[in-house]
Design a binder for this molecule. Structure first.
Ligand SMILES: [Zn+2]
Length: 252
C-alpha cells in the first residue's frame, strides 16, 4: 500500500460511459471548492475495439465447425482483445493524468456492482460488460501523484442542483427535474453528482445551488439536443450487445 497520497488542489470527477468520459472539474480555493468546467470527451476508440472483436468472435462461431479448433481460436482472440484494450487504456489513463496536473480523480466505486443483482443502476452493469472501467480507474490511480477518491455508486435518481427536486436518470440522455422541470444532460449531471459525493467524503461540502461558480456553469449541464458527436452516442443496439465476460479474470 505504501503511504497515502495527498489530495490534489483540483478535482476531476468522471462518469465513465460507453462512448464518452463526462467530467466535472473543480478546484480548491481556500476552504471552498469552485466548479471550473464540465466536459465530454469521446472515447470511441475503446468502443471500436470492443465491437471489432465482438464481430470477430461471431465470425469464428459461425465459420469454424471443429469445436476444438473453434475454442482455440476464440481463446486467442480473447487474449488479443485483452492486450489491445489494455494498451488503449494505458494510453487513455496516461493522457488523463498528464492533462490534469495537480488533480485528484473522483470515480464511482464499481467493484461490488457485478455481484449485486439488485444493483440500483442498470446503466452501470451494462457498462461493466462493455469495457473494463475498473481497470481504467486502477491505471489512473496508479499513475496519479494525488489520491484517487472513490464514491459509492449513485442510484437512478439524484437531486436537482437548482431546486433540490428529484431528478430521474432514464436510459435516455435527458435527466428531468420533477419539480422545476429543468432538463439536464444525464452524463454530465452524473459527473457533477460524483463530484459532490466526493467532496462530502473529503469533508469539503458545498451547496451547488448557492455557489456562484454553479450559476456560471449551469448551461454546461443543461440538455442540448443539437450536440457534437459522442455526446449522446453509445446507446445503439451494438453498444448493448453482449460482449462476453472476457474481463472477468483480468485482475487475477
Ligand atoms: Zn429542479
Amino acid at each position: 500500500m505504501g503511504r497515502r497520497k495527498p489530495l490534489g488542489s483540483r478535482f476531476v470527477a468522471s462518469d465513465l460511459n460507453f462512448n464518452t468520459i463526462d467530467s466535472t472539474v473543480a478546484s480548491k480555493e481556500g476552504e471552498t471548492v469552485k466548479l471550473r468546467q464540465a466536459r465530454t470527451e469521446p472515447i470511441g476508440r475503446i468502443a471500436r475495439i470492443q465491437n471489432d472483436f465482438s464481430r470477430r468472435r461471431r465470425r469464428i462461431q459461425l465459420h469454424i465447425k471443429n469445436p476444438k479448433k473453434r475454442a482455440k481460436k476464440l481463446k486467442e482472440t480473447r487474449g488479443r482483445q485483452r492486450n489491445r484494450i489494455r494498451d488503449a487504456l494505458q494510453k487513455l489513463s496516461a493522457e488523463q493524468v498528464r492533462e490534469n496536473p495537480g488533480a485528484s480523480f473522483v470515480f464511482e466505486r464499481l467493484t461490488r456492482i457485478r455481484e449485486n443483482d439488485n444493483a440500483k443502476s442498470k446503466k452501470l452493469r451494462t457498462y461493466l460488460n462493455r469495457w473494463p472501467y475498473r481497470m481504467y480507474q486502477s491505471m489512473v490511480e496508479y499513475k496519479s501523484t494525488f489520491r484517487t477518491v472513490y464514491v459509492s455508486p449513485g442510484g437512478t435518481s439524484s437531486r436537482c442542483p437548482v431546486c433540490g427536486g428529484k431528478v430521474r436518470h432514464p436510459a435516455w440522455a435527458v435527466s428531468r427535474c420533477e419539480k422545476c422541470g429543468a432538463d439536464y444532460g444525464r452524463d454530465r449531471l452524473s459527473s457533477l453528482e460524483i463530484l459532490l459525493r466526493g467532496m462530502r467524503l473529503c469533508g469539503q461540502p458545498f451547496a451547488v445551488s448557492a455557489d456562484a461558480s454553479w450559476r456560471l456553469m449551469r448551461d454546461e449541464y443543461l440538455y442540448a439536443p443539437a450536440v457534437p458527436d459522442g455526446w449522446r452516442a453509445g446507446w445503439t443496439e451494438a453498444a448493448n450487445a453482449p460482449n462476453g465476460n472476457v474481463y472477468e479474470n483480468i485482475h487475477s
